[in-house]
Design a protein around this ligand. Sequence first.
Ligand code: HEM
Length: 125
Amino acid sequence: MNEAELYAAIGEDGISGMVAAFYRRIRQDDLLGPMYPSEDWEGSEQRLREFLWFRLGGDPRYVESRGHPRLRMRHMPFSIGVAERDRWLKLMREAMEEVDLPAAAQLELDAFFSQVADFMRNRED
Ligand code: HEM
């Protein structure tokens, strides 16, 4: 599956639904929930949704409003080790399952998320 096929299989709405399911979990999560700005859940959800539209589908609005993603730098304010990485990935896997993304798309996305999440680690455990 190349990126165009991946995007066709999930669609913009599929990404929105997945990100909504992910944030329902993040909000309740004992480890990750407190890291997010509690007064701006809508904003956080919008940033991830638009980043994924951009990164996977090409919709440019994330870059128009936020500039170059620079994700590693933007995660520096948060302490991210193995536990945080693994929790993020667990919640995202549950979200993909909940919205019933095609299995092949889940596999592709999982590989992508795993790589980016590992790159976000900024704490030696
Ligand atoms: C490894 C564990 C991770 C943790 C603990 C984490 C945590 C956070 C937190 C606390 C924020 C700030 C929320 C906000 O106000 O937007 C954030 C932002 C963001 N995260 Fe993560 N994140 C992780 C992994 C990832 C991964 C794997 C991706 C992408 C695949 C990602 C994409 C983003 C994006 C796009 C933003 C918004 C950046 C911006 O425009 O300011 N994060 N993350």
